[in-house]
Design a protein around this ligand. Structure first.
Ligand SMILES: *[C@@H]1O[C@H](CO)[C@@H](O)[C@H](O)[C@H]1NC(C)=O
Length: 299
């Protein structure tokens, strides 16, 4: 009898409880690209949501500061490992059970040069990427991967195959538990990511759509329109809204970003919010991170 009650209790906690992880809203924060000495522990973390840090970036380039060159899928670490080492990853995850930590690959630039997606062949790139990223992910005990290539020397089909196979293999091997993509409003970028989505959308958990890539004259209705458009481009995807810390681009927190989020929340379309980036938010005390997390955790 006692055992039965325990089993029923466990069943309720796991399957029925309203706080089961799948029901939690998601808040994500890129961190580490700008070397402002930001640490995980600086960032406010609301316990009532799923919180992801995304280490930025791992790039398949050599680490030469004067002339970084492409390495065909052999990834190196370019985030601030002094302030964000493996020990800090395990510390923040232990301190906050609702925290996951992932890494992002690609990014806009590397030591003031554009960072290109530049594979020699699908097979060789995937093989190199799987082994180099597995090594980094295990070294840091990371949970997931984000795809943020923004410049391409490779057609959309090749991009779709390389990234789609990479994510599929990492998931199948249990190296990562989640994957996201970070496209934005640019024809070439969208061609590559939509092609990836069409073929491999089933292995991609979240779309970190860079809403801050739009003009800073963006109004609330325009923002909602952009969101609707991406719901069509990434059909069935969990699309997150986003802002940039200094409010210089897109719909800024001071100009209605949170009102737009409230509208989407009422429509039950707001799955989560992400921020670029902790490095820049640090100087203003993470004010909008707090506001965003409060919005996601209140009815
Ligand atoms: C809006 O964007 C323009 C350039 O696109 C920039 O010059 C201006 O400073 C931005 N405004 C704000 C408030 O950041």
């Amino acid at each position: 009898m006692g055992l039965l009650l325990i089993i029923i209790f466990i069943f309720f906690t796991i399957f029925i409880s309203p706080t089961k992880p799948e029901n939690l809203k998601l808040f994500r924060e890129y961190i580490g690209a700008e070397f402002t000495n930001v640490k995980f522990t600086d960032v406010p973390i609301n316990p009532n949501l799923q919180f992801d840090f995304i280490l930025s970036f791992a790039i398949d380039y050599t680490t030469s500061t004067s002339s970084p060159t492409p390495t065909n899928g052999k990834f190196n670490i370019f985030w601030d490992t002094k302030n964000l080492p493996p020990a800090q990853v395990s510390y923040i995850k232990k301190k906050h059970p609702n925290v996951r930590v992932g890494l992002s690959i690609g990014g806009d630039s590397i030591f003031n040069n554009l960072a290109y997606f530049q594979p020699k062949s699908i097979h060789s790139w995937v093989s190199n990427a799987v082994s180099s990223l597995t090594h980094i992910i295990k070294q840091f005990a990371l949970d997931g991967i984000d795809i943020d290539y923004e410049h391409f020397k490779g057609d959309p089909d090749t991009f779709a195959e390389c990234i789609g196979r990479l994510i599929s293999i990492l998931k199948r091997k249990g190296v990562v538990k989640f994957a996201s993509i970070a496209p934005f409003d640019d024809p070439d970028v969208q061609n590559h990511y939509i092609s990836l989505w069409k073929k491999y959308g089933h292995v991609i958990d979240y779309v970190n759509y860079q809403f801050y890539a739009y003009d800073n004259s963006t109004t609330i209705p325009e923002f909602i329109g952009y969101f609707e458009k991406q719901r069509k481009n990434y059909k069935g995807g969990k699309i997150l809204t986003s802002f940039i810390s200094d409010g210089s681009k897109g719909l800024a927190p001071t100009k209605g970003f949170f009102s737009a989020c409230e509208i989407l929340k009422k429509r039950k379309q707001l799955f989560g919010i992400f921020v670029w980036c902790a490095d820049e938010s640090k100087s203003s005390g993470f004010r909008y991170e707090k506001q965003g997390q409060t919005l996601l955790t209140t009815l």
